[in-house]
Write a protein of this length. Structure first.
Length: 185
């Protein structure tokens, strides 16, 4: 791919991420193209269907979240790296207005995304959970799948308080993970 085409692709994905967070996944294509500094034709050349763009943004965000786990683990104590990763995951979930609705819309274009989500994020979170459990900082019986679904559920917009509220709820959940971790602490 030519360097300008690669640059356009990156600009489109970053613009779509921002527009989806601000306006939802049904935002006009022109708004995304304008934010990226490209024409609508360029947007459709890379992503002929809206579902193609939604999938690309989702996968890019999932990949970035998964790739953050080892870096956080290298920089922080196990339970701190877990909490920081869950904050990042919370931000990812809480700021994706309309993404959950799109993913559960019945559109076959999105059928593979839940599996992609678990295949990428399950192992990333699993490593953080194992390290925190081995350090005696959290209870050892927590599965990545359960925690991912619990956090995703906490991030559903039931109030107008936004991502800060979701992060507070996840903080309470992380505190709860410590219950029964190491009775000698």
């Amino acid at each position: 791919m030519r360097s300008d085409a690669q640059r356009n692709l990156g600009s489109l994905l970053e613009a779509a991420k921002t527009v989806f967070a601000d306006s939802g996944v049904d935002a006009p294509a022109k708004e995304i193209a304008d934010r990226a500094g490209v024409g609508v034709g360029t947007l459709y050349r890379h992503y002929p269907q809206r579902s193609d763009l939604v999938k690309a943004v989702f996968q890019r965000e999932v990949d970035a979240c998964a790739e953050a786990a080892p870096a956080l683990a290298a920089e922080h104590e196990p339970v701190v790296s877990l909490a920081k990763w869950l904050d990042r995951f919370t931000e990812f979930i809480a700021t994706k207005r309309g993404l959950a609705t799109a993913l559960h819309s019945g559109d076959p274009a999105f059928d593979a995304l839940p599996d992609y989500f678990m295949q990428r994020l399950g192992p990333a979170l699993g490593g953080l959970l194992e390290a925190a459990a081995a350090a005696g900082e959290i209870r050892p019986d927590i599965s990545p799948k359960d925690l991912l679904y619990a956090v995703s559920t906490l991030c559903m917009p039931l109030t107008d308080e936004g991502p800060a509220y979701s992060q507070r709820m996840v903080g309470l959940l992380v505190d709860g993970l410590r219950y029964g971790a190491n009775p000698s602490r």
